[in-house]
Design a protein around this ligand. Structure first.
Ligand SMILES: [Zn+2]
Length: 100
């Protein structure tokens, strides 16, 4: 990471502190990908499974191999060493608050 990238990524998305303020020269980037389940595809696959006598393997081989979940969003966040190692993070809450 070059100097300008380091400056751009200097703030922790969880606690809002500077990543190097922890006194430990490590931080993480975390990519959060949100997926939405495709109800129709799930129902079709479950139906195929029932037709195949409950065999998941047969249903997979005979089915349309549809995408069951589609990515709807992706975010890369910076997390300081303290937050990575010391806190339980509620990602959904952070997303809802617009913190990340
Ligand atoms: Zn932090």
């Amino acid at each position: 990471m070059k100097e300008h990238e380091l400056r751009k990524n200097a703030t922790c998305a969880i606690c809002g502190e500077k990543t190097l303020a922890t006194g430990f020269p490590l931080f993480c980037t975390v990519t959060i990908k949100q997926y939405k389940i495709d109800d129709g595809a799930i129902r079709r696959q479950a139906g195929m499974e029932m037709m195949m006598g409950g065999s998941v393997q047969l249903a997979q081989a005979m089915g349309a191999d549809e995408t069951m979940a589609k990515q709807v969003d992706s975010k890369k966040i910076i997390v300081c060493f303290n937050c990575v190692t010391g806190k339980q993070i509620n990602i959904a809450e952070q997303l809802a608050k617009g913190k990340i």
